[in-house]
Ligand binder design. Structure first.
Ligand code: C2E
Ligand code: MG
Ligand code: MG
Ligand code: MG
Length: 273
């Protein structure tokens, strides 16, 4: 259950939660629009608070960022996600990708080693990992480009998260090894009723395809917006229409159900949750 009462956490409380193992990753499916298969998942951090229940990242990540805990939490997220992906390998199909959010504060000297260690510890091939960075925060710093290039060279993919919001610089699309653009949900929300959102989404998809990138639309909540995204040639989608982020075991069960459904019918499946 999600706590409705926002609390301002101290760094000490959050550090304790880390030590006590109260952080966990939930997984939201990413659906490929050509195959209608689940092509991947995004790992999203949650704090299972003993008395308040499940807390979303918006309630505690700002404290992590400002208190210096982000690198430690971020390193745990990477290790945990890689291990989980490795556990799923026998039941998944290729291509499957696990997207992991990484804070700009985590990306500095040694970040490439940290990622490689997480992959090696889990015995996971780099091609399964997609690192999501918000463009303004991370792709804006040319000092990190060599780190990103080194990881891309071994197969790690990079997604520009929340594309189109904040400080969007087209230069990043040229200079950074971005493989995926994630269109922010604020544009997706208006795609049915607002012709400006529709025009922006279509233009972003064309731009990305022209640059050899894939496009994932975030925050897809209605069949009508899904139809618009298909018409706009969007590659993949993610949103409450399909599923909310869920614990690892529930995600595995969801994938199994989905496969059963899509193997039995030829029509695209959009409402199996
Ligand atoms: P994000 O990376 O853009 O993740 C997508 C957010 O949209 C998630 O919120 C997800 O639950 C939500 N979402 C997905 N589909 C829908 C939909 O159809 N409708 C609506 N209204 N929302 C949808 P969440 O889990 O609360 O995460 C918020 C943000 O926190 C993430 O945005 C990401 O920036 C950050 N975050 C989450 N986990 C991590 C992490 O492990 N590390 C770091 N550095 N940041 C994280
Ligand atoms: Mg993300
Ligand atoms: Mg996003
Ligand atoms: Mg976001």
């Amino acid at each position: 259950m999600t706590a409705s009462r926002p609390v301002v956490w101290t760094a000490t409380q959050l550090a304790q939660a880390v030590v006590l193992g109260q952080l966990e990753l939930h997984y939201q499916p990413i659906v490929d629009l050509r195959s209608d298969q689940i092509a991947g998942a995004e790992a999203l951090l949650r704090w299972r608070h003993p008395s308040l229940g499940l807390l979303p990242p918006g309630q505690f990540l700002p404290v992590a960022e400002s208190s210096g805990l982000m690198p430690e939490i971020g390193a745990w997220v990477l290790r945990e996600a890689c291990q989980q992906m490795h556990e799923w390998l026998p039941v998944q199909w290729r291509p499957f990708r696990l997207a992991v959010n990484v804070s700009a504060r985590q990306v500095g000297p040694g970040f490439d080693d940290q990622v490689q260690q997480a992959l090696a510890a889990a015995g996971l091939l780099a091609e399964y990992l997609e690192i999501e960075l918000t463009e303004s925060a991370a792709f804006g710093d040319p000092a990190i480009f060599p780190l990103l290039d080194a990881l891309r060279a071994i197969g790690v993919r990079f997604a520009a998260d929340d594309f189109g919001t904040g400080y969007s610089c087209l230069q990043h699309l040229k200079c950074c090894p971005i493989t995926t653009l994630k269109i922010d949900q604020s544009f997706v929300a208006g795609i049915v009723d607002d012709t400006r959102d529709q025009t922006i989404v279509r233009a972003v998809i064309q731009l990305a395809h022209g640059l050899g990138m894939e496009v994932v639309a975030e925050g897809v909540e209605t069949p009508a917006s899904l139809t618009q995204l298909r018409l706009a040639d969007c590659d993949a989608v993610q949103g409450f229409l399909f599923a909310k982020p869920m614990p690892a075991a529930a995600f595995a069960a969801f994938v199994k159900r989905w496969r059963g459904v899509t193997m039995n019918v030829n029509e695209p499946t959009t409402s199996c949750c």
